[in-house]
Write a protein that binds this ligand. Structure first.
Ligand code: ADP
Ligand code: ASP
Ligand code: MG
Length: 403
């Protein structure tokens, strides 16, 4: 008897019909003799709506109360799904994050799972019940509810799969799997049969929403067999594994776009030892993540340092730097949130010269200017104006994947 963890996203559980359909997928799996743990997201746009509700009451609510509020969405989904399964005559129980023993750190709204105490879940499975668990939430050592960051239900599912030594973790969503680019935005995007953990991790981190990046990190670490597939079509999905077969004739597997990014330029920074350390240690000490960094050679003992941060951190980062302008010594600061990062990812890039040139050619032909560039072994990212982002993804995709 195998143990299968199945996760269903917001669109998959959006209304009563969708919930009944999900209940059918779960009970069909159970009826084949498997033990099933299902992890559910909040219905449709519930989480966004809850955030709006909070803003109406208080423009600056405490993260603790936000966790309290946001975690309710998932609770509605699991109870309704359990009721649908009850109506079909199967044994079932729904559990919250704390009932499932999902213990996190104390970082509200972006908590990390520290440990899983799976006794309750295992006891329920031993009673041959289907177990339906709220995604996205856990409990911290103070006994407070925490949430795992937007899209975090994927991580709840993989964490449970790892802790329960599940045979398979299936992420059911609203597209057929992982594509060569967002299939909703890019014409000609193709479904991948397989992708490696490393490629998927980069892709998720670079803006492809289809999997929460921490879920991929965890799946790789604990060797969880992961699959992304549609709850709508029943088509075969995408398998995420340690080693994958190459995508035909292409050294890149996917193109991603991230609009949640902003650029900060510090102009006229003194060209002396320790300046970068001052800038980036200040940001790090305040938990602000820096992404692409560019530093010019400079002239007359001054240089410019340019870098990107998440858009949500821009105001805070700029404020901190302004407060330390004198000690860092820069002459002026420019910020720009009208940018987006477009990236190509692919393990096949290693040892394939010319990938960057091909990408730059696609952008040049389309008249799109590149602001910044960053590369690693298996990815190349460029920063472009936000208005150009969708076109940039399309032309890069056409360049690499045109038949
Ligand atoms: P869920 O609610 O099921 O968690 P999400 O909205 O979080 O679903 O993620 C699925 C969405 O991710 C798809 O609808 C699709 O628009 C988007 N997406 C972005 N990049 C990709 C990609 N490379 N492959 C598949 N989907 C992608
Ligand atoms: N409901 C949460 C969100 O919308 C978690 C998730 O869907 O994974 O971000
Ligand atoms: Mg999601």
């Amino acid at each position: 008897m195998s143990l299968i963890v199945q996760k269903f996203g917001g669109t998959s559980v959006a209304d009563a019909d969708r919930l009944r359909h999900v209940a059918k997928i779960i009970t069909d799996t159970y009826a084949k003799g498997h033990r099933v743990v299902a992890v559910l997201s909040a219905q449709g746009d519930t989480t966004d709506e809850l955030i709006e509700k909070a803003k109406e009451i208080n423009p600056n609510p405490s993260p603790r109360e936000m966790d309290m509020l946001l975690s309710t969405g998932e609770q509605i989904s699991v109870s309704l799904c359990a009721m649908a399964i009850e109506a079909m005559g199967y044994p079932v129980v729904s559990l919250t994050g704390w009932q499932s023993g999902i213990l996190t750190n104390t970082v509200s709204m972006n908590a990390r799972i520290k440990r899983l105490d799976t006794e309750r879940v295992e006891a329920e499975l031993d009673r041959r019940r289907i177990v339906i668990v709220t995604g996205f939430q856990g409990i911290n050592r103070l006994g407070d509810i925490t949430t795992l960051g937007r899209g975090g239900s994927d991580t709840s599912a993989v964490a449970l799969a790892a802790a329960l030594h599940a045979d398979l973790c299936q992420i059911y969503t609203d597209v057929d799997g992982v594509y060569t680019a967002d299939p909703r935005e890019v014409k000609g995007a193709r479904k991948l049969d397989e992708i490696t953990y490393n490629e998927m991790l980069d892709l998720a981190t670079l803006g492809a929403q289809v999997l929460h990046n921490r879920s991929v990190e965890m799946a790789k670490k604990y060797n969880v067999k992961l699959e992304v597939l549609s709850s709508f079509t029943g088509h075969p999905g995408t398998k995420i594994k340690e080693v994958a077969k190459g995508v035909e004739k292409s050294y890149i597997s996917s193109v991603a776009k991230d609009k949640n990014i902003a650029r900060i330029a510090l102009l006229g920074v003194p060209d002396e030892t320790g300046t970068s350390f001052k800038v980036f240690s200040l940001l790090a000490a305040n938990n602000i993540n820096v992404d692409i960094i560019l530093q010019g050679i400079g002239q007359a003992e001054r240089k410019d340092i340019c870098f990107t941060v998440a858009e949500g951190d821009l105001e805070r980062a700029a404020g901190l730097l302004k407060d330390h302008q004198e000690s860092i010594g820069f002459r002026a600061m420019e910020t720009n949130a009208d940018v987006a990062k477009v990236s190509v990812v692919g393990a096949g890039m290693i040892g394939s010269p010319g990938v960057a040139a091909k990408l730059f050619e696609a952008l040049y032909d389309a008249g799109i200017n590149i602001n910044m560039i960053s590369t690693s072994e298996i990815k190349i990212s460029v920063l472009v104006d936000r208005k150009d982002a969708a076109k940039a993804v399309q032309v890069i995709h056409d360049k690499f994947f045109a038949m």
